[in-house]
Design a protein around this ligand. Structure first.
Ligand code: SF4
Length: 324
């Protein structure tokens, strides 16, 4: 007999009959799972996470957890880092397509040739890179500890800094060191318009402009504070200013509002005011529904060849040692 009832999607079939938050909490107990989430995730995911942080904090949590399952609400390189640190745990990423334009801007083959052209150089790589790039690096850093780490390297040691050229330039400025930069960048942090920031500062003279060091140097010159997501969060709580223009992925504003509800936060606009190009399209692929399904179905799982994992572990451990 003909029927016009459409077949149910996987999501509809698997969708829990009760509250999604409650269902995720139940799965957390059942799997002995921990949910680690980045500040750029949607507010619902931030609210259900066991630990919310920047790349450094998330790596430290991944290294310390005794959970059997790590559900990583972030992008691929972050979940990979958790797997590198926890080879025997199941690491789940709600959407396997959640990549990173910055990590993609540093393909392993080209980077191997770049490294070979600078044989005396130590390789310091920003954590926003693939496991294959980490495996070719000497020390990993994050935006929280990049300056601290470079400052601990002997002055006469030449350094390659990869893959973010903007963070690299910022580190050069802060340390007074010459670094050989890989020319990578993040599509989100390069989308902010200097002209629009200047206009916003004129419209809101009482506001402070604060920015992430992945932004381009002309934009950073207007900032009264430059820092990692954790640094930005601390700053808005400590500062006596009531209004901030914030140049990083706007997911962070959910936390800013929670931690300083009396203050106002204006997300820095992209070049085109009508687009959502200041939102990371990769981070936003994860949703609460996908997170639930990943836990329910125990997939997609992060895997990698063991030789890459072992080689990538050493520079991450070096970072964790140098960050304490
Ligand atoms: S905001 Fe930029 S660096 Fe961060 S995950 Fe998205 S594309 Fe990568």
């Amino acid at each position: 007999m003909f029927t016009n009832v459409l077949p149910k999607t996987t999501l509809e079939l698997e969708y829990p009959p009760k509250d999604l938050f409650e269902a995720i909490e139940d799965l957390k107990q059942e799997l002995n799972a921990v949910i680690l989430a980045h500040y750029y995730q949607e507010p619902d995911i931030q609210d259900i996470a066991d630990y919310l942080g920047d790349s450094l904090g998330l790596s430290q949590q991944a290294a310390a957890t005794d959970a059997d399952v790590i559900v990583f609400a972030g992008v691929h390189f972050m979940a990979e880092t958790a797997k590198i640190l926890n080879p025997n745990k199941l690491v789940l990423l709600p959407d396997l397509n959640a990549g990173c334009s910055l990590a993609d801007s540093c393909p392993p083959q080209e980077f191997a040739a770049f490294k070979a052209a600078h044989p005396d150089h130590l390789v310091v790589s920003y954590i926003n890179c693939s496991a294959a790039i980490k495996a070719m690096s000497d020390i990993i850093c994050t935006s929280s500890n990049s300056v601290k780490i470079v400052n601990q390297i002997p002055k006469d040691q030449p350094i390659i800094f990869a893959p973010d050229k903007n963070l690299g330039r910022y580190v050069m400025e802060q340390t007074g060191r010459e670094l050989v930069l890989w020319e990578g960048s993040c599509i989100v942090h390069e989308t902010f318009s200097e002209k629009k920031i200047v206009e916003l500062k004129i419209q809101h003279p009482e506001a402070e402009f604060i920015a992430h060091p992945e932004c381009e140097p002309p934009l950073l010159r207007h900032a009264s504070y430059i820092g990692s997501t954790t640094g930005l969060l601390k700053y808005i709580q400590q500062s006596s200013t009531e209004k901030f223009i914030v140049a990083t992925e706007p997911g962070i504003i959910h936390q800013m509002q929670k931690r300083a509800p009396q203050k106002n936060f204006i997300p820095a606009p992209g070049m085109d005011s009508n687009c959502a190009c200041n939102e990371c399209p990769h981070m936003r692929l994860n949703t609460l529904e996908k997170l639930y399904l990943a836990m329910k179905q125990k997939t997609p799982e992060i895997t990698m060849p063991e030789d890459i994992r072992v080689a990538a572990l050493r520079p991450i451990q070096r970072m964790l040692e140098l960050s304490v």
